[in-house]
Design a binder for this molecule. Structure first.
Ligand SMILES: C[S@@+](CC[C@H](N)C(=O)[O-])C[C@H]1O[C@@H](n2cnc3c(N)ncnc32)[C@H](O)[C@@H]1O
Length: 122
């Protein structure tokens, strides 16, 4: 993922942020919960979710791109976001239940999975 793609996703996030927050409200996401952000990319939603669940909650950001996850790890370290865990993995290979999530979120991910879908996922 090139720096330009990170910048593009950030701009796109700003445009879609309020609708995304509406979806989280409808889903009942809130303080103290564990939320998994599948295909998190550089983590613009993961970081907002980490603020939403507050320090008592836990967000797990999962993405297969090392560039995206390394980028997010550097932000997490810089900002000291102890409630945001970053995992580099294909979403088809993770056991979501290991985190006992209260909710799972994914934005702009499933269109990438259709051609590479593995048995047992979805
Ligand atoms: C368009 S970006 C969306 C990023 C983020 N969800 C957002 O809303 O800003 C799609 C992301 O899905 C990730 N992705 C695609 N296929 C994946 C897979 N099989 N497992 C994990 N991540 C995947 C890509 O690496 C990329 O970061």
């Amino acid at each position: 993922m090139e720096p330009a793609e990170v910048q593009r996703l950030e701009q796109q996030h700003e445009v879609w942020r309020s609708l995304t927050e509406c979806a989280w409200e409808l889903a009942g996401f809130g303080a103290g919960q564990t939320i998994v952000d599948l295909g998190s990319g550089p983590g613009f939603t993961s970081r907002d979710l980490a603020c939403l669940v507050k320090e008592s909650g836990h967000v797990v950001a999962v993405d297969s791109s090392t560039i995206a996850t390394d980028y997010l790890r550097s932000i997490v370290k810089k900002k000291g976001m102890a409630n945001l865990e970053v995992i580099t993995a294909d979403v088809a290979d993770v056991d979501l239940w290991a985190w006992e999530p209260d909710g799972v979120f994914a934005r702009w991910l499933f269109c990438y999975l259709v051609s590479e879908r593995k048995p047992g996922f979805l």
